[in-house]
Ligand binder design. Structure first.
Ligand code: NAD
Length: 271
């Protein structure tokens, strides 16, 4: 499969370049960065921390999308929406790992998915997607006398909070409880907050150092507490998941898919 990496010089972009090169059934055919990036004009293999690969980093996505089968996109929300329109136009698979997407961004991606194959997930790892299923099941089983709190920690450079993964886990808990996360979440606490409302899902975000991504979902009842934790130790996990998503989506019909579809967890997760 011929793949393009957008956001090629980013933390995930570099990892994706390496992962595509290490996958024998895939070829790196393009690498895109934003206007003004110091990576423009450089060899993508070198940007990825390896040997030259003969692909020059460009700011022109259209030119490279035209000769590709798929694009791997871990960039920023507005950039991802723009790439979705171009990927749909070029009829190529669009794998989206970008987080911090608003309802408006999601609406535009869903519109693009009428003509394109999009796989979007706040977390591309098997462990987290399996965890989402366990959280959904625990939330449904335990009922709202168990308070749900989601704690995440990431490296100091992360720009959005709560993390996309924390929100993915929050959605899973809300589905288990059959309520809307939007109307039943507590995203911040400061000062005199009063007692905790029953049935809400709380979030706490920690930032520091080089932490790749830790998530714990706590079910706190009267006298007992259940904690489900995932720790990502290496970004290559997400890059390999993104390549798997692209390969899975290649033969699919246009549509909006998630990693639960890719990993075959969608049916089991919703049961
Ligand atoms: P980063 O800031 O290191 O990299 C982002 C890159 O995108 C930068 O190089 C930037 O120049 C580039 N970019 C921005 N706008 C662009 C544009 N219009 N055209 C081309 N390139 C553009 O960030 P990161 O740590 O690599 O994370 C990127 C995104 O991926 C974040 O939203 C992060 O939360 C998310 N992420 C998701 C997962 C997952 O599994 N879904 C895992 C890790 C990170």
């Amino acid at each position: 499969m011929r793949l393009v990496v957008v956001g090629a010089a980013g933390r995930m972009g570099q990892m994706l370049i390496r992962a595509v090169r290490e996958t024998s059934s895939c070829a790196l055919v393009g690498a895109v960065e934003r206007d003004g990036s110091p990576a423009l004009g450089q060899d993508a293999g070198v940007i990825g921390g390896g040997s030259p690969v003969g692909v020059t980093v460009t700011a022109d996505p259209l030119e490279v999308f035209a000769k590709a089968d798929g694009v791997l996109d871990f960039t920023a929300p507005d950039a991802t929406v723009a790439f979705a329109a171009l990927a749909a136009q070029a009829r190529i698979v669009h794998v989206i790992g970008t987080t911090g997407l608003s309802d408006e961004h999601f609406a535009k991606l869903e519109a693009a998915a009428r003509h394109a194959r999009i796989v979007q997930s706040g977390n591309m790892s098997l462990g987290v997607n399996l965890l989402a299923g366990l959280v959904r099941q625990a939330a449904a089983t335990l009922g709202d006398d168990f308070d749900i709190e989601i704690v995440e920690m990431h490296h100091r450079m992360k720009v959005d909070a709560p993390s996309g993964t924390a929100l993915l886990l929050g959605e899973a808990a809300a589905e288990g409880r059959r309520l809307s996360l939007r109307d039943h979440s507590i995203r911040t606490r400061d000062g005199h907050t009063g007692p905790r409302p029953t049935g809400h899902i709380g979030f706490a975000s920690l930032r520091g150092g080089s932490v790749v991504g830790d998530h714990t979902v706590i079910f706190a009842g009267g006298g007992e507490r259940l904690e489900l934790t995932h720790r990502a130790e290496d970004r290559s996990l997400f890059a390999r998941g993104a390549i798997k998503a692209a390969q899975w989506a290649f033969p699919q019909k246009p549509g909006y898919y998630t990693m639960a579809d890719v990993l075959g967890l969608a049916d089991r997760a919703s049961s």
